[in-house]
Design a binder for this molecule. Structure first.
Ligand SMILES: Cc1cc2nc3c(=O)[nH]c(=O)nc-3n(C[C@H](O)[C@H](O)[C@H](O)COP(=O)(O)OP(=O)(O)OC[C@H]3O[C@@H](n4cnc5c(N)ncnc54)[C@H](O)[C@@H]3O)c2cc1C
Length: 393
């Protein structure tokens, strides 16, 4: 047996023994993912156990070093682990902006003290992170941000506001872009800071979404104290950290269009809902659209896989994350359109048992935001045009 084969066997045995039966099903509603955090309310004992076991094993962040709470796996082992998780349809034990966004930035730019302070807590799901980037007048043009942190010796005092903070009311800590130098050009003078959202002076106001939910907040800062040792990277050079984090955010959002362990393939949903004639869906147009969607999804998966191999070989992902973000979010919108078509009249039911409390139309409406969050499609296309195709700006 090769080393990788024995790793596969080990992972399979461990997952068989440790993944609770109820965690081996796709998410059924938006409430199913576990986001951890200080105020986490587990939906079931199995959900709590699954997070505890996975984090003790280091497999909530399989490729991080063990000293930071990771599993210390290499890329091949991680790929095998993903396949084994997929084989039993295991749900992710933890969804987390800490894992997908802040973690990579901390690993690259954080001091050893900051890594030791924050990474293990992210890996265990103890702290839930919120992202403080956008402001009322700084979205696509993010570098125009105005939240100002004034120097008070060993700390800063922050005033200003952020907007569209996803789950701002549920966040424990925030990673935030603030202006620390006021005379410099707009990309300079920005710092990347971390602070506890329970600090006096931080407040949030809900913003209602088209789906009727309120997963967003406005976040207001009034004389908030930020310790100077919570600056990531160099003071006034936070733009570099911010851009690096965005490439990871975009890669994460691109994944929303892909088939993850927690979702059922569209073709299976269609067969289950509509039935077949001679082993095929009756509606030929829908059949064609689903086939094309599944082919395109596979192509994106393979292209992302190839890009990851290139990253391993030392090529920077850079602007390619914009290409993936653009295409992945368009795919996710198509996936939701197809699910609406498959559901027929049932797709229009906003509340009720069969539609799982309007999960289908709410998820369809939510998918519209995919091509805005993390930078709009227009902005991604601008980046692709300039940095990949080399077209004039
Ligand atoms: C679901 C969701 C979750 C989000 N979560 C967070 C979060 O947690 N934290 C956070 O900080 N922010 C978050 N955001 C905010 C998001 O990052 C911004 O909405 C986004 O960057 C766009 O900024 P804006 O809304 O100010 O739009 P604007 O920048 O005002 O853009 C308006 C329109 O103009 C177009 N446009 C702007 N500039 C150009 C240009 N140069 N070329 C071509 N077209 C252009 C845009 O594409 C868009 O269509 C979230 C947004 C959504 C939808």
């Amino acid at each position: 047996m090769t080393e990788l084969e024995s790793f596969r066997q080990e992972a399979r045995d461990w997952l068989e023994a440790n993944c609770p039966e109820t965690m081996r099903h796709p998410y059924r509603s938006e409430a199913d993912p576990c986001w951890g955090g200080r105020n986490c309310k587990f939906q079931s004992e199995d959900q709590r156990l699954w997070l505890q076991r996975m984090s003790e094993k280091g497999w909530t962040v399989p490729t991080w070093a063990t000293e930071y709470g990771g599993g210390g796996l290499n890329r091949e082992q991680n790929k095998i682990l993903k396949e084994e998780l997929g084989r039993i349809h295991a749900r992710p034990a933890l969804e987390s902006f800490g894992i997908s966004m802040l973690g990579p930035a901390l690993l690259k730019f954080g001091s050893e003290e900051l890594k030791k302070q924050h990474l293990p807590a992210i890996a265990r799901g103890h702290i839930r992170w919120a992202q403080g980037y956008s402001e009322p007048n700084a979205g696509s043009d993010l570098a125009s941000l105005q939240a100002r942190a004034d120097d008070h010796g060993d700390h800063f005092i922050l005033n200003g506001s952020k907007v569209w903070t996803s789950y701002g009311d549920l966040g424990d800590w925030m990673f935030c872009l603030v202006r620390t130098e006021f005379e410099a050009s707009k990309h300079e003078g920005i710092s990347f800071v971390l602070f506890d959202m329970a600090t006096p002076g931080v407040s949030t106001r809900p913003i209602k979404l088209i789906s009727g939910k309120s997963p967003f907040t406005e976040t207001i800062f009034e004389d908030v104290r930020i310790e100077k040792d919570q600056v990531i990277g160099e003071l006034n050079r936070g733009w570099t950290v911010a851009k690096y984090l965005l490439t990871h955010e975009r890669e994460m959002i691109a994944g929303s269009g892909l088939l993850r362990a927690g979702t059922v393939p569209i073709s299976k949903t269609a067969i289950h809902t509509l039935g077949t004639e001679n082993g095929m869906l009756h509606n030929t147009m829908l059949r064609g659209d689903i086939a094309q969607f599944e082919i395109d999804t596979r192509c994106l998966e393979l292209t992302i896989e190839r890009a990851r191999d290139e990253v391993k070989a030392g090529v920077s992902l850079g602007a390619a994350s914009s290409m993936f973000k653009y295409y992945g979010t368009e795919l996710n919108k198509r996936r939701n359109e197809l699910l609406m078509a498959i559901g027929g009249n049932e797709s229009l039911v906003w509340e009720g048992s069969d539609s799982q409390d309007g999960q289908l139309p709410k998820s369809w409406l939510r998918s519209k935001g995919n091509s805005i969050e993390g930078g709009t499609s227009e902005i991604q296309l601008n980046i692709v045009a300039k940095h990949i195709l080399g077209l004039p700006g």
